[in-house]
Write a new protein. Structure first.
Lengths: 223, 294
């Protein structure tokens, strides 16, 4: 499903070269639930950005769903992203649209037939326990609800891989647990999950395979 | 999908707000100016066509020929290249026409000791003979006839008039082009504002793998909508002005240009203006599209 081979990502800050990722290699099989942990600045977000081809590695190879991502054309990148559900720490919900419209929006831009949209949106909202809040605007949601809405948006198009970048970073313990339960349900449904977090305690509660990044290096792969 | 893209474009248009309104007004101003000059020019064009159809040369004869001589002369002139029709006007007929023109002052003509008016031939040129070069050649040929004293009339003034009409059209085109340039820039600015307003949506669209045309097409469509709305507004203004001003100036136009009535732009011209507006708006949206690239 995902394979990284000796991946480097180096940013240039004037004459200074700053390595955000150094010689990272790992493999994630289809159907795995993997936690990517490490302190802030460890390179988690950089790594995830490489996976959904928001950025390209300076060196090394990244293969996702059988495709070498560095060599993809713009059209192929779009096709790759249709297989990946992405969730961010700040949820990135569109403020001028309701929860329903936020979820429906991605289905519409991907050309989902109109007659299927309502059913799929409500299936996704039910999966995250938000069907009662379908007509609420993002400003009217709690942070936990917003993150659940973002999850609904990510899973409505039934992705093969869910990439979640600190989805519980802004949440209190109770809300974080709720969101994690939903992520576990999504994984149980057959979706491969890669979840990045800086909360070490959270990793322990998940009890799944954990990749630990530190200073841009993969220092631990356990579980 | 097209319905969705159209909906997004409408949403974008609302987002652009006042700048979009300015762009629509500028486009309508450009097209209204262009349409007004077009309207003026096409009516002057009708006048030129009518002038050419009515143009006549008068061949004044040195002496009044006898009846048989006159018939033979008419036949000979009819065979001259560039001549469509010939009518002989004797001295008596010329004086009769003068009296009709003088109306109640016709007595003045009666008091003359003798008829001073010469016999003449009224020559109607063919379409080719009514052009500037054709008419000059025809005048030369008619002047060369031994019976000719003088040839009156010509088409030089019609050609000057036609030249003026073309200049007016070019001037209108120039004014329209300058205003259109300003309109394109305003549409591009409105689109840039839309881009700023929808940057989050575009980010989401790209992250979920939306095809590039789905990301960019609403921008182009909202520009085209601005253009189309501007064109419709311009045509409405032209129709309103034509309805209000037309009847007031028609008598003057009939008197001076000889055309029975003013005509509005043809349906094809109206469609062209609408297409031009849509293209202008689309061009503005297209110019701003580069900023939509990730």
């Amino acid at each position: 499903m995902i394979e990284l081979h000796r991946v480097w990502k180096i940013y240039s800050v004037g004459p200074v070269k700053v390595p955000a990722l150094s010689d990272v290699s790992f493999r994630i099989a289809k159907g795995e639930f993997v936690t990517l942990c490490g302190p802030s600045g460890a390179g988690k977000t950089t790594l995830l950005r490489l996976l959904y081809r928001e950025d390209v590695p300076s060196e090394g190879e990244i293969e996702i769903l059988g495709e070498e991502v560095s060599e993809l054309s713009r059209r192929q990148v779009a096709a790759l992203r249709r297989s990946i559900g992405i969730v961010f720490q700040d949820s990135k919900l569109l403020p001028g649209r309701t929860v329903y419209e936020n979820v429906a929006f991605v289905l519409r831009v991907l050309g989902t037939p109109r007659r299927e949209i309502t059913g799929r949106v409500f299936d996704a909202l039910r999966a995250v326990g938000l069907s009662a809040r379908a007509q609420a605007y993002p400003a009217q949601l709690s942070q936990g609800e917003a993150q659940r809405a973002a999850l609904a948006r990510a899973i409505a198009r039934k992705p093969l891989l869910l990439v979640a970048d600190e989805p519980t970073g802004n949440l209190d313990e109770g809300m974080a647990a709720e969101v994690l339960d939903i992520v576990k349900d999504i994984w149980a449904g057959g979706t491969t999950v890669l979840l990045a977090t800086h909360q070490a305690a959270l990793t322990a509660t998940l009890g799944r395979r954990t990749l630990t990044l530190h200073g841009g290096r993969l220092v631990k792969d356990e579980g | 999908m097209f319905g969705f893209l159209l909906g997004e474009a409408l949403r974008d248009l609302r987002r652009a707000g006042r700048v979009a309104v300015s762009a629509i007004l500028l486009i309508s101003l450009a097209l209204a100016a262009l349409g007004a000059f077009w309207l003026l020019s096409s009516n002057l064009g009708h006048a030129v066509t009518q002038f050419r159809e009515r143009v006549k040369l008068v061949v004044y004869l040195k002496r009044e020929p006898a009846s048989l001589e006159a018939t033979a002369l008419v036949e000979r002139v009819r065979r001259v290249p560039g001549v469509a029709a010939v009518r002989y006007v004797g001295k008596a007929e010329a004086l009769g026409t003068l009296k009709q023109v003088l109306g109640k002052d016709a007595g003045i003509a009666d008091s003359l000791p003798q008829n001073p008016l010469p016999a003449s031939l009224e020559v109607t040129p063919t379409a080719e003979g009514a052009t500037l070069d054709g008419a000059r050649a025809l005048v030369r040929r008619l002047s060369a006839l031994p019976e000719t004293d003088e040839v009156g009339g010509g088409v030089d003034w019609i050609d000057r008039f036609a030249h003026g009409q073309r200049l007016l059209w070019l001037f209108g085109l120039g004014v329209g082009a300058v205003l259109a340039g300003a309109a394109i820039l305003t549409v591009a600015t409105a689109t840039a504002l839309v881009l700023h307003a929808r940057r989050e949506e575009m980010e989401i669209m790209r992250l979920v793998g939306a095809p590039e045309h789905v990301v960019r097409l609403p921008l182009l469509l909202q520009g085209m909508m601005q253009g189309l709305l501007g064109a419709v507004l311009a045509i409405w203004v032209l129709v309103a002005c034509y309805a209000v001003i037309g009847p007031r100036v028609e008598p003057l136009v009939t008197e001076t240009l000889g055309i029975a009535r003013l005509t509005f732009l043809r349906p094809l011209n109206v469609v062209s203006l609408m297409l031009a507006g849509t293209l202008l708006g689309g061009l503005g949206g297209w110019l701003a599209r580069g900023r939509a690239q990730a």
